[in-house]
Design a protein around this ligand. Structure first.
Ligand SMILES: [Zn+2]
Ligand SMILES: [Zn+2]
Length: 293
């Protein structure tokens, strides 16, 4: 059974720059499901560029409520609605996700009422359901299992890594986290681990560039993972493939793919891909298929 992982937006943090990458979002197509993971700015455009009809949206997972992961949740759903969405869409997110969605609908109430009356659309508020989750299994249906692990992303306490299993295939997303050894157990034997990463030289250059240098650096070090440590998690978990995601910095021309690779290779010698917007990776066949191939 085929499937793919598409990195729609590969950068960490909410800023966008000319010609640069977008904040965090991803798409997993597996077992006939279309699963969007995080909704940073640019997610709707990224999905369309990846060839997905927005009216086919199915499942949306939000790892935490930092804006670089949730800013475009409402606009994505609204754009899908105006593109002809008629099927129910489920959103899973941590506590507070429902308030984000309800607030968006309130802010767009004029347009929503207009389109229901004028264009005869179904009520978007009835099409979308939001379920708030904590640690553990958040969904189990049709052979798809999604589990959540609380990770270390201070000061955010509701921040979750996600493990998706379908047909024996496992894809794990770290979400935003400091180096967090329990993640290795959570990602045990995954086919793909999508892990956030910072580059040490890039972080120094980034804090020089921005106004609030010392505070920004303290925040980054306390709540995110250096690329070499992402490699340690991949190694300790025994994953088949590490994909770096949520890159900080993602838009510094002095920090190129080779510089990320150099960092990761200090700890990880397995399959490695450095994320970029539009990266489209086929998923491996199911475990059963691989054994018999
Ligand atoms: Zn982030
Ligand atoms: Zn975050």
């Amino acid at each position: 059974m085929s499937g793919r992982l598409v990195i729609l937006g590969s950068k960490g943090g909410p800023a966008i720059r000319p010609g640069g990458p977008s904040p965090t979002s991803s798409l997993i197509e597996i077992g006939g499901r279309r699963i969007v993971i995080d909704c940073g700015l640019g997610v709707a455009r990224g999905l369309v560029e990846a060839g997905l009809a927005l009216s086919e949206l199915d499942l949306i997972l939000i790892t935490h409520l930092h804006s670089d992961h949730v800013l475009e949740l409402g606009p994505l759903l609204h754009t899908a609605w105006t593109a002809g969405l008629k099927r129910p869409v489920r959103v899973f997110g941590p506590v507070g996700t429902k308030a984000v969605w309800d607030g968006f609908c309130a802010s767009l109430s004029y347009d929503i009422a207009l389109r229901i009356d004028d264009e005869g659309r179904p009520d978007i508020r009835a099409l979308v359901t939001v379920a708030e989750f904590g640690e553990g299994v958040l969904l189990e249906e049709g052979g798809l299992t999604i589990e959540a692990l609380r990770v270390e992303h201070p000061p955010v306490t509701e921040c979750y890594a996600l493990r998706l299993t379908q047909d024996g295939r496992v894809i794990v997303f770290s979400s935003d986290t400091a180096y967090f050894p329990p993640l290795a157990e959570f990602a045990r034997d995954a086919d793909i681990l999508v892990h956030e990463a910072m580059h040490p030289d890039g972080v120094d250059r980034l804090v020089e560039r921005t106004g609030n240098g010392a505070r920004l650096k303290a925040h980054l070090l306390a709540s995110h993972t250096m690329a070499a440590d992402a490699g340690r998690i991949a190694r300790d978990a025994g994953v088949a493939h590490l994909v770096l995601h949520h890159l900080v910095p993602a838009d510094d021309p002095a920090i190129a793919e080779i510089h990320w690779t150099e960092q990761v290779r200090t700890s990880w010698d397995g399959a490695l891909t450095i994320g970029r917007d539009g990266l489209d990776l086929p998923l491996p066949g199911s475990k059963h298929q691989r054994k018999t191939a």
